[in-house]
Design a binder for this molecule. Structure first.
Ligand code: T46
Length: 139
């Protein structure tokens, strides 16, 4: 499984740092939605789902957390601990977010508006979806 982590360009000067993100330039899709989670309680794991078509970039803009990615064949854990790093999460990818530091703010840039019908929340259903999706993608 290929993990795609973007390293954004910080514009630093003696005042501090600034990161700017533009769709189709720094982010590989049109950004239709931004959301973020904070105050995540200790030992909480969020996610436990995949998406049929949504693509996202996850950026831990403060603190740190870990993301477990699972494409149905392989799993990888990716730490996010820098405000200038973004993890690309494709569709057909099971995700779990965990190990949040108390000060963590996880911001997500999403390619689509919120749509509950795009979620796959059952792991067995995901495995079946990923299998068919993989076969289609590989031709
Ligand atoms: C994902 C991971 C990384 C909305 O009303 N609008 C929204 O855009 C979102 C994302 C959520 N919500 C509501 C739905 C739930 O009542 O906020 C509540 C918490 O959402 P959820 O339980 O889906 O949160 P996570 O952390 O499990 O998953 C979220 C995203 O939903 C998901 O797409 O990939 O973050």
């Amino acid at each position: 499984m290929q993990v795609i982590k973007y390293v954004f360009q910080p514009h630093g000067d003696d005042r501090g740092q600034l990161v700017a993100l533009e769709e189709f330039k720094d982010i590989p899709f049109k950004i239709k939605r931004v959301y973020y989670m904070y105050d995540t309680k200790e030992n909480v794991t969020r996610g436990y789902h995949a998406h049929k078509s949504l693509e996202q970039i996850l950026i831990c803009i403060h603190g740190s957390c870990k993301i477990r990615l699972d494409n149905g064949r392989e799993k990888k854990v990716v730490p996010l601990e820098k405000p200038y790093e973004g993890l690309y999460v494709s569709n057909a990818m099971w995700r779990e977010m965990f190990d949040f530091s108390p000060d963590a703010v996880l911001m997500v840039l999403a390619s689509e508006l919120y749509d509950e019908r795009d979620y796959i929340r059952d792991y067995d259903e995901f495995l079946e979806y990923a299998k068919n999706y993989g076969e289609l993608a590989e031709g």
